[in-house]
Write a new protein. Structure first.
Length: 182
């Protein structure tokens, strides 16, 4: 993603560098927040630390949820022996995920997810931990029979502009593969 943004800046003669504020896993679709310079990045980073940047996701998870809404409040840390995988671990960092079931079928559920914290792979790890891995997430417990990537999409992002103070809200519809699946 950073290379794509840098290419765009170069093509349009924009004298900035890339400062990622929010990130997405490789196969996650949707919105990201990128600051154009260090000052904006510093302000947005602080806003993110205190919960002023809000992100909402849609996910397709395996199985039928017993509760139609809830909170997963479990610490997440690096899985021993792996530089990629994370796991729920008592010595991990605080991670809190709120969810609301939108639609349920026998073999899957479509949920809206809101993050209170922003740990690496947080949504994927939390749903796998409660026995409902994201569809297509072969890293955390589901095969790619129904989806050829983990079914996760950041559809809503809001924050306060670091220089103007204006409330900024963006949305992105579901990608074609998730729409087709549903």
């Amino acid at each position: 993603m950073a290379n794509a943004v840098l290419g765009y800046y170069q093509e349009h003669h924009i004298p900035y560098t890339v400062h990622l504020v929010t990130r997405l896993d490789r196969d996650t679709s949707g919105l990201m927040l990128i600051a154009k310079h260090r000052l904006s990045h510093s302000i947005l980073f602080q806003d993110q630390q205190v919960g002023r940047i809000h992100r909402s996701y849609f996910a397709c998870i395996s199985g039928h949820m017993a509760q139609t809404q809830g909170t997963i409040d479990e610490p997440i840390g690096r899985k021993p022996g792996s530089i990629i995988e994370r796991q729920v671990h008592v010595d991990g960092k605080c991670a809190v995920t709120d969810y609301h079931v939108i639609k349920q079928e026998e073999k899957y559920s479509f949920v809206e997810v809101k993050l209170r914290t922003g740990r690496t792979h947080q949504i994927r790890v939390h749903f796998a931990y409660i026995g409902h891995p994201l569809l297509g997430d072969d890293l955390y417990g589901d095969d790619q029979t129904l989806m050829n990537r983990h079914a996760l999409h950041c559809y809503d992002l809001s924050f306060v502009h670091p220089l103007t103070g204006e409330e900024m809200t963006f949305s992105q519809p579901l990608p074609a593969d998730m729409r087709k699946f549903l």
